[in-house]
Write a protein that binds this ligand. Structure first.
Ligand code: AMP
Length: 175
C-alpha cells in the first residue's frame, strides 16, 4: 500500500451515515508523509505554465499555500459563502452529502490567468466543478485540478470534462 494511504484515517459514518470520511489530518500531522505529499505535487506541477494556485476551503487551504510557495506563485481563496469581504461571484452545487456553495472575489482571477485548483479530495466532482466554473467565468484558464485523494468509484473526473486532473492517491469503494 502507498505510504501515504497508511497515514489517512477512515472515519465511518461521518458526517452522515454511509459516508466513509477520509481524514487527512493524520497525514498532515506526520512530517514525512506531509513532505512526501507536497513533494509529489510539486514534481507534478513543476515546469507547467501556472500563474495562480486556488485553494478550496477548507482542506484545500492547507495544501494550496505550500504548493504556491514552492512554485513561487500567488494564492486565490475559493471560500464558503459570506466569508470574502469584497465583491464575489457565487456558484452553488451538490455534495456527496447535502448542498454547498463557493465564492471567489470578482477581481481574483484576470482573463487569461492560468490557475491550478487544489483540494484534498475528489468525490462526485461537484465542488471542483464549481471551482473551475468560478475561475472560467472570470476569464481564467484551469491549468490543472489537483487532489490528494480521488474516490475513483464516484467518477468525479467526468464532471471536470477535459480539464487536466491529477490525484496522488486513488481509492476504490472498499478501501
Ligand atoms: P465532491 O464535491 O462530491 O467532489 O466532494 C468533495 C469535497 O467534499 C471536498 O472538499 C472534500 O473535502 C469533501 N468530501 C467529500 N466526500 C468526502 C469523504 N468521503 N471524505 C472526506 N472528505 C470528503
Amino acid at each position: 500500500m502507498d505510504v501515504l494511504k497508511q497515514k489517512i484515517r477512515n472515519v465511518p459514518d461521518f458526517p452522515i451515515p454511509g459516508i466513509n470520511f477520509k481524514d487527512v489530518t493524520t497525514l498532515f500531522k506526520d512530517p514525512t508523509a506531509f513532505r512526501t505529499a507536497v513533494d509529489r505535487f510539486v514534481t507534478e506541477y513543476t515546469d507547467r505554465s501556472i500563474d495562480l494556485v486556488a485553494g478550496i476551503e477548507a482542506r484545500g487551504f492547507i495544501l494550496a499555500p505550500v504548493l504556491a510557495y514552492h512554485m513561487g506563485k500567488g494564492i486565490v481563496p475559493l471560500r464558503k459563502p459570506g466569508k470574502l469581504p469584497a465583491e464575489t461571484r457565487r456558484i452553488e452545487f451538490e455534495l456527496e452529502y447535502g448542498t454547498d456553495a463557493l465564492e471567489m472575489h470578482l477581481d481574483a482571477v484576470r482573463p487569461g490567468d492560468r490557475v491550478l485548483i487544489v483540494d484534498d479530495l475528489l468525490a462526485t466532482g461537484g465542488t471542483a466543478a464549481a471551482a473551475c466554473q468560478l475561475v472560467e467565468d472570470a476569464g481564467g484558464i484551469v491549468a490543472g485540478v489537483g487532489f490528494l485523494i480521488e474516490l475513483s468509484f464516484l467518477d468525479g473526473r467526468k464532471r471536470l470534462g477535459d480539464r487536466p486532473v491529477f490525484s496522488l492517491l486513488e481509492y476504490g469503494a472498499d478501501e
